[in-house]
Design a protein around this ligand. Structure first.
Ligand code: AMP
Length: 558
């Protein structure tokens, strides 16, 4: 591990990316096959392949205990080293005592031996796992004969090298070391889900033979924001498609040989939270990796994100829970189909591949999209936006039809259009009976702000259909009935102004409709604020300042 540590120290000390890559190239080029596999895995931050779910689970406590046994540092020594370095590896490097014996048979550590030890550890099962972890840690430290080795062995065990090396740079260095095409190396890394395997393939010239590995999450492509109502200069070049921006959770679905796995944006597996989606994909999708969003749905309308939250917190939901909060997977991209990666295909082609590989059902939808005519006006975009909002969605996504799928990147190929959500704390002054299923509930609230901090006069500013949960609405209905103060139109009545709510909205504008002189566009009740007394709600001055800010922002953006 001496050479590994030296290379890492050099890399940590250079800031230029190209210099880091060059140093790493030289190091990787010098390694045997086994050490190469281990070293690149360590450099990428995890000794195990990315597609491997197992955990090494050696924590700082185990490492500290082993270090105490081996080096017998005083508590003061340890504490001050840690305080000085702020990194356990560096601190232990400082307190380590190099072995005095010149035992010719003492074990020295190479990347490959360290990896073998760790792989044996994760493969082990049984009751004495804790003991095994201790033994492996102690052996690794004992075989680290210099302070720099100790520093890096500890960092590897903890899974963080902190030398300013992102995986992309390791991949570039692999390409440079073995004269491979950097794009092929990146592609293979996504396919293999194991950077070690990619390094070996690059060295052997067999990158093309690496096939799609299902079950290893690929980084999600991200969008850059565009400002609502701007002139949309970004759309001037290329052809764009427009689709709804769904307010749910991003999910990558891997369907392979009857096995379906769902991954969240953080690449953790969430299949068990959504059994109905797993079942639907198993029945209705061909082998492919789909990208999309899971949304909560009721009566064909997408429900706000918070309805999904209880589903997220629950593994193996009961049928009742599944019926209470129905969910749908809306696919908007596909990354692979069968053995073929589609990342470099243009979006329109990938769109066609979704249709070819997925049959829509109640639970599976292919996100509808349309091409944006060149020169579409901001007003026309606002109309599309409003239509998306009317469907319960958050806004629009604009995507270039020739865009490749670039994992893990936020680029200009995808643009997201939503409106700033500003919220105001207001008090409910009148309530109205709902319609349909909510006929027996007081579900529409009229709310007001205060004239000023010193003047308690309440000035109505808007009305919103309650976005609260059914249970909350029922509870509030009882409360409002008991605190009725007068009439307020045919189906409504005034109530004691005590219930404070937080309302979100898209735009505030001057209006003669309400006594406050302002109205809100798309007001929705974000939550109840039982923690806030009505005397502390927002004032007219707050509304005016939100309005001014909004004007300024628009002025800048236009
Ligand atoms: P944001 O979370 O506001 O940064 O917006 C990016 C997120 O929008 C993505 O990570 C997706 O989860 C989500 N999203 C919703 N609808 C789409 C869509 N049609 N295409 C891409 N991303 C979408």
């Amino acid at each position: 591990m001496i050479a590994f540590a030296r290379a890492c120290d050099d890399i940590a000390q250079t800031s230029a990316k190209s210099a880091k890559v060059e140093r790493l190239r030289a190091y990787l080029g010098s390694l045997s096959e086994k050490n190469l596999l281990a070293a690149v895995r360590f450099l990428s931050g995890s000794p195990l392949a990315a597609h491997d779910d197992r955990k090494i689970a050696i924590g700082s406590r185990t490492i500290l205990a082993a270090a105490r046994r081996l080096y017998s540092p005083t508590d003061d020594e340890l504490a001050s080293a840690y305080r000085e370095k702020g990194d356990l590896g560096e601190a232990l490097a400082q307190v380590m005592r190099p072995p005095l014996d010149l035992d010719l048979f003492a074990e020295t550590l190479e990347p490959a031996t360290l990896l073998e030890m760790l792989e044996a550890l994760v493969a082990a099962t049984g009751a004495s796992l804790g003991k095994r972890r201790e033994a492996v840690t102690e052996r690794a430290l004992r075989a680290s004969r210099t302070p720099r080795e100790v520093a890096y062995v500890v960092k590897i065990l903890l899974g963080e090298l902190r030398i300013g090396l992102r995986e992309g740079l390791v991949l570039d260095a692999i390409a440079a070391a073995f004269s491979a095409d950097p794009a092929s190396v990146r592609r293979a890394a996504m396919a293999a889900g194991d950077i070690g395997a990619v390094a070996l393939a690059a060295r052997a010239g067999t990158l093309d033979a690496i096939a799609v590995r299902y079950g290893a999450a690929i980084g999600a492509m991200l969008a850059s924001p565009v400002v609502f109502g701007s002139s949309y200069r970004e759309l001037a070049t290329g052809t764009w498609l427009v689709e709804d921006k769904y307010d749910g959770i991003r999910v990558q679905a891997h369907v392979h040989d009857g096995d379906v796995r769902l991954f969240s944006r953080t690449q953790s597996e969430i299949s068990r939270a959504f059994p109905e989606i797993v079942a639907a994909l198993r029945a209705r999708a061909r082998d492919a990796i789909f990208d999309g969003e899971i949304v909560a749905m009721r009566d064909g309308i997408v429900l706000p994100f918070r309805y999904l939250q209880p589903r997220l917190q629950r593994v193996d939901p009961t049928l009742e829970v599944q019926a209470e909060i129905p969910v749908r997977f809306v696919a908007f991209d596909v990354l692979a189909a069968g053995d073929r990666f589609l990342l470099d295909e243009p979006l329109v082609e990938r769109r066609a591949q979704i249709v070819a590989n997925l049959d829509a059902t109640e639970t599976l939808e292919i996100a509808p999209w349309r091409t944006l005519e060149p020169g579409t006006s901001p007003d026309a975009i606002a109309e599309l936006f409003d239509a998306a909002r009317a469907r319960g969605n958050e806004g629009l996504m604009l995507k270039r039809t020739d865009a490749p799928y670039v994992p893990g990147r936020r680029g200009k190929w995808w643009l997201k259009l939503k409106r700033e959500l500003t919220t105001l704390d207001v008090v409910v002054i009148a309530v109205e009976w709902g319609h349909g299923k909510r006929r027996a509930m007081l579900s529409d609230y009229t709310f007001a702000v205060r004239r000023s901090a010193t003047d308690p006069e309440l000035l109505a500013i808007g009305k919103a259909y309650s976005g609260l949960t059914d249970a909350e609405i029922v509870e509030m209905t009882t409360w409002f009935q008991a605190h009725r103060t007068g009439v307020h139109g045919r189906r409504a009545f005034a109530v004691e102004p005590s219930i404070v709510i937080e309302v979100a909205f898209d735009v505030v504008q001057p209006s003669t409709l309400h006594p406050s002189g302002f109205s809100l566009r798309f007001p929705r009740i974000a939550r109840l604020r039982p923690d806030k007394p009505a005397s502390e709600i927002d004032t007219l001055a707050d509304v005016e300042s939100v309005y001014r800010e909004m004007l300024e922002r628009e002025g800048v953006d236009r």
